[in-house]
Ligand binder design. Structure first.
Ligand SMILES: Cc1ncc(COP(=O)(O)O)c(C=O)c1O
Length: 382
């Protein structure tokens, strides 16, 4: 049994998440506090002992470890020739935005969504077309009528799907993914399916890979990475799965042009160790995160019942509806941080339609979860 109660000490280590004031508890960015699995640490130590940290190659074992993982865990068979390494999902998405679309093109996202998708679009002078998710009583759903309208616009060339969805934690069903794929095919829109969160599902739940639907293969690019699953985001590596040869060659040229096709010295060993040996660690981590979710939800239901937790079965993130209290999540998060030290992500970052939501990251020790609950209670009940 791995011990997830004992988390890594990251204050004053140049950690984006943890370089905060001593009294602050950061539960914002999607970065786990759990210690990496021992077999990943060993793999990095082995690499460290080489004592020369020069340029690296991408070994065949990297691709084979991913093929094995996805076959074992998600019942999908990736062909070796479909796969391309990239030094990050965001780096790859920005590169594909430049390569596959033109300045002024429309790119669809489903708002609220991972905030950096907006940057990849806007910074490259493309237009964000938000297919706003419909919200009712703690649940988000896809507005397919609106999606079709947006796909049918002749300036729409790309959609960036988040599967499972950050920040709402929803696993899209096979039917929903099929409908998205059918529309994309009809209107000649390419779909980037960002599946970086696919491994962290509640026990008993699994996600549906977009490309597992035969008709979706040809129009899809799937982005995967070990970074969220194994807490190695700082090692910067990802993999793209592109069954369509023409599309793949085009993306490959783009990644090389943008110089995001070379691995970090430590990333290959870490990825291979993770994907080859990580099954038990991931299953125990999912159980632990699920217990954290249960504790947090039960505490909120009992003590702060006006906070509504959005329904979802994936990611270690929870999206929380604070509309009874505030429609300005930015102000709310600042005030909460100032008064209690609890540092959450404000919903507005994920879209205009999420100003009355906050996101909390529960990939931490039970001790910190309890601490966060107490801080929230203090804020609302004082
Ligand atoms: C949906 C999604 N995609 C991509 C990333 C970041 O990926 P990378 O670190 O590989 O750029 C994140 C990080 O939070 C994410 O939530």
């Amino acid at each position: 049994m791995y011990n997830f109660d004992k988390i890594a000490k990251r204050r004053n280590t140049y950690s984006l998440k943890w370089d905060v004031k001593d009294n602050e508890l950061p539960m914002w960015v999607a970065d786990m506090d759990f210690k990496v699995a021992p077999f990943i640490k060993e793999a990095i130590k082995k690499r460290m002992n080489i004592e020369a940290y020069g340029y690296s190659l991408i070994p065949e074992e990297f691709y084979q470890s991913i093929i094995g993982w996805y076959k074992r865990r998600h019942s999908i068979q990736f062909k070796r020739e479909w796969m391309i390494y990239s030094s990050g999902v965001v780096a790859a998405i920005s590169s594909m935005v430049r390569r596959l679309t033109n300045v002024g093109d429309n790119i669809i996202v489903q708002s609220p969504t991972f905030n950096i998708f907006y940057n990849s679009i806007i910074n490259n002078k493309r237009i964000v077309l938000a297919n706003n998710l419909l919200y009712k009583n703690g649940e988000f759903a896809i507005d397919f009528e609106d999606l079709e309208k947006k796909m049918s616009d002749e300036k729409t060339t790309l959609m960036i799907l988040c599967n499972p969805h950050n920040p709402i934690g929803k696993i899209w069903s096979e039917n929903e993914l099929r409908k998205i794929g059918n529309l994309a095919k009809k209107y000649k829109v390419i779909v980037i399916s960002d599946e970086i969160h696919c491994d962290v599902t509640d026990p008993g739940f699994s996600y549906v890979p977009f490309a597992s639907i035969e008709e979706n293969k040809d129009i899809s690019i799937t982005c995967i990475a070990a970074s969220k699953t194994f807490n190695i985001a700082g090692l910067q590596s990802a993999c793209l799965i592109i069954p369509n040869e023409e599309l793949r060659n085009n993306v490959n040229r783009g990644l090389n042009n943008d110089e995001v096709a070379e691995p970090n010295f430590f990333s290959m060993e870490a990825n291979i160790a993770a994907f080859n040996n990580g099954d038990t660690w991931v299953d125990e981590m999912r159980e632990y995160v699920f217990e954290n979710k249960k504790y947090f939800c039960q505490y909120i239901e009992k003590n702060l019942p006006k906070l509504l937790i959005v329904k979802g079965h994936a990611t270690y993130l929870l999206f929380v509806d604070i509309s009874f209290y505030s429609n300005d999540s930015t102000k709310f998060c600042q005030d909460l941080r100032e008064k209690t030290g609890l540092y959450l992500s404000n919903g507005e970052e994920y879209g205009e339609n999420a100003k009355s939501f906050v996101r909390i990251n529960l990939a931490t020790s039970r001790f910190n979860i309890k601490d966060a609950c107490r801080r929230l209670k203090k804020y609302f009940c004082n």
